[in-house]
Design a protein around this ligand. Sequence first.
Ligand code: SF4
Length: 350
Amino acid sequence: MDSLASHTVASLQALLTSRGYKGSHAARLLRSYHGRGGEIDWEALRLPVGFREELLERVPAFTSMVVQRQVAEDGTTKLLLRLEDGRKVEAVMMTDHRLDRVAGCLSSQAGCAMGCDFCATAQGGLERNLTTGEIVEQFLRLRAEALALGRQLRTLVFMGMGEPMHNLDNVIPALHRIAPNELGSIGWRQVTVSTVGIVPGIDRLASEGLRVNLAVSLHAPDDATRIRILPTSRRYGVGEILEAADRYMAMSGLPAIVQYCMLRDVNDSPDQARLLARLLQGRRMHVNLISYNPTGPGLSGFAYQACPVERMEAFMEVLRSERVVAHFRRPRGRDIAAACGQLRAEDAAS
Ligand code: SF4
């Protein structure tokens, strides 16, 4: 069953007129639903008698349920959502030093097929793609969390469970519901879609002309190290991925983000920093250095370790000395396993 989250104004209009109601109710209803994080202000809408019951019987407000909510010491909130078929996914809200806003992180798949060796999601493999409605429902749940804190959900990243480029058939329609202002949403430039480097996916996203930010999880500047960490990435080499990012940047006019998870004695040497800097010369790309968040041994059995702070700083120094824009990304919600690479959609008690 599809929920209201799967609808555009046009598709809901068509449904309403087919049931004998005015199509003009659709935009008002969806604006209320999106603006209030899935809570519809029925009173204010003043709809015909029986409308609400008839609509919700056919199109519920949500098909997923929040089955667990965990709040970390730093305020990061992780929601475990049970989908209609019993599968589970997680969505994360991150608070900011600015007290009026939060950021959200959405999942695009239940599980993931990419097998990244340092990522907890990889361990269960891919279960299935999420539907458009299931993606938008996560956004609405996070928006409701933000509103309950008196804040606005201002930025959104597709960096949760799954590889978004493997589910563009649903991610793109979800972006069309989440990003445009039509439903009081958050704006294209406030959204970032991340990929481990699926070249056709990057090109398809570019061909859609959506001006969202692109983040590429590179994690190594050379193919040999990259294949060790991301075994399924054999298909697309580092050079090919960066060229696809170049094409995307030419379309969007926005700099791309390179994500680099620092793994001790794997990808953290000064030589690797120099190679990364060389690759990025002349490119409008920013590097986010991410510290490894412990997830236990990877699928290969190798137990990764976090890179010591001094080594991360030395890596950063090399990048900056080569005029590469680079930042450390602060880990969020580690104590509730909500940080990068830690999502596995398991009940905390199980
Ligand atoms: S890091 Fe992302 S793409 Fe890689 S296995 Fe984890 S969820 Fe999938």
